[in-house]
Design a protein. Structure first.
Length: 288
């Protein structure tokens, strides 16, 4: 008997843009796509992107008092608040990914932790293509000892040599799921901890040393410089092989771009959003 042909893989849209953009725009685009994917006007989407200048991103529920605003200004860094939870990340030498899916997508497990586990398969497969031996963290984080994200791993985040390599955060709203996170190409502990607020310099140094013991980056793991395009290609392959999908290159739809411009100007670039702790969304998890 002839074998029944396998169904073609499901396709998702790929938005891979190595051209750096401001943090307010990157967060606005993620939210705009979330609106449209949740409303079924846009396809499931994977974004890979970079930041125009070093940008400290705060979790939606993290107090602005975690930031040393004087040092931020002195260094010329940007600050943006994410739509997702978690703690501060300094985005610079990294590849940032986001995955935006409808909540009722066939094959997507219900619940936050199962969906983390599902998406971590794609990240793990992509990193394996680079030659990185990654372990999946199975456990909730301890009580945070720092305002920095990479100080501790959360459920199903990825560790290399026992240290956190990928930090992710997730939010569900508007009928969709947004998970985004950082894959560090390089790590500069001094820069990050210079712009976080501490009661004293000894406290800053203690937090930085704890962070150093628990975080890592691709250049340290692979012992060589790693390029953004190299990681992007590996991630695309990882998503396709691990999840059984096809990623087809696309672009923002006109409705998404128009909404992103409204959100960038009226929300993500304003002090009213950035400096005020936001109310929790319906569901939240993760600690990018």
């Amino acid at each position: 008997m002839a074998k029944r042909p396998e169904p073609p893989p499901t396709w998702w849209r790929l938005l891979a843009n190595p051209e750096p953009q401001p943090g307010s725009w990157q967060m606005a685009v993620d939210e705009a796509i979330l609106h449209e994917v949740g409303a079924r006007r846009s396809p499931p989407t994977v974004r890979l992107y970079r930041w125009a200048r070093p940008t400290l991103s705060l979790g939606a529920y993290q107090p602005a008092s975690a930031v040393d605003w004087v040092r931020i200004a002195e260094r010329g860094y940007d600050v943006v608040r994410r739509p997702s939870g978690g703690r501060a990340v300094l985005h610079d030498a990294e590849l940032t990914y986001s995955v935006i899916l409808p909540e009722e997508l066939p094959g997507l497990p219900a619940g936050i932790l199962p969906s983390y586990r599902y998406l971590s398969q794609a990240l793990l497969a992509g990193l394996a293509e680079l030659g990185v031996k990654v372990a999946v963290h199975h456990g909730a984080p301890p009580t945070p000892a720092s305002s920095a994200c990479f100080a501790t791993p959360s459920w199903y985040e990825l560790l290399a040599d026992g240290r956190k390599l990928v930090g992710s955060a997730q939010v569900r709203r508007f009928g969709g799921l947004l998970q985004h996170g950082s894959i560090l190409l390089e790590l500069d502990e001094e820069a990050l901890f210079s712009v976080l607020a501490f009661d004293s310099e000894p406290a800053r140094q203690r937090a930085r040393e704890r962070f150093r013991r628990h975080a890592t980056a691709l250049d340290r793991v692979l012992r060589r410089k790693v390029e953004w395009n190299e990681v992007a290609e590996a991630l695309v392959n990882g998503f396709e092989s691990a999840l059984g999908i096809r990623l087809l290159p696309g672009s923002l739809l006109p409705r998404e771009e128009a909404l992103a411009r409204v959100l960038a100007e009226g929300k993500y670039s304003t002090d009213g959003w950035t400096r005020a702790r936001q109310d929790p969304f319906r569901e939240r998890e993760g600690q990018w």
